[in-house]
Design a protein around this ligand. Structure first.
Ligand code: ZN
Length: 164
């Protein structure tokens, strides 16, 4: 037998052999060849090792709360600064927004984010009715509005500055 390593077509023999899919006749030929060809012997050895490793490998079961933990991790690892400033970034870059104004955006975003982020699952209907708007929520909303107006002032000022 000609060394299967030497031609592309017969290299498939080695792969088929490693996968245990080679017919008996060719297997016999190949094994005889491997007796004299170190390259093919090593190739088959490596392939067997890979097959064995794949056979031994078992995917860990996906636990019920996999999604939850994944999202928690994403939330933790994606920088909140990055998330919060992303929508504003083109504006910041274009207008050379002063740091104070940028900080203002951050505070504003922070105030908005203080709203309860998660809705309690299966909250009883009566408690949902008691949960009217809290004073501090109104305060936050007013703060946010004030900051929005401050912010648009600063943006306008910055825009004027850059025009001059
Ligand atoms: Zn060979």
């Amino acid at each position: 037998m000609k060394c299967p390593m030497e031609t592309r077509e017969s290299a498939g023999f080695l792969l088929a052999y490693g996968a245990g899919k080679l017919d008996a006749e060719t297997t016999a030929l190949l094994e005889r060849h491997m007796g004299v060809c170190q390259a093919c012997r090593e190739f088959a050895g490596h392939q067997r090792a890979v097959s064995a490793a794949l056979d031994a490998w078992e995917a860990p079961p996906v636990s019920a709360d996999f999604d939850r933990r994944l999202y928690q991790r994403i939330e933790k690892e994606v920088s909140w600064w990055d998330l919060l400033t992303r929508p504003f970034r083109p504006m910041l870059v274009r207008q050379g927004l002063p740091v104070a104004a940028a900080a203002c955006i951050m505070v504003m975003a922070g105030a908005l984010l203080q709203r309860p982020a998660t809705v309690e699952p299966a909250a009883p209907a009566e408690s949902a009715q008691l949960e009217s708007v809290q004073p501090e929520q109104v305060e936050h909303a007013l703060d946010a509005m004030q900051m929005l107006s401050d912010f648009s002032h600063q943006v306008r000022a910055a825009a004027n500055e850059s025009e001059m």
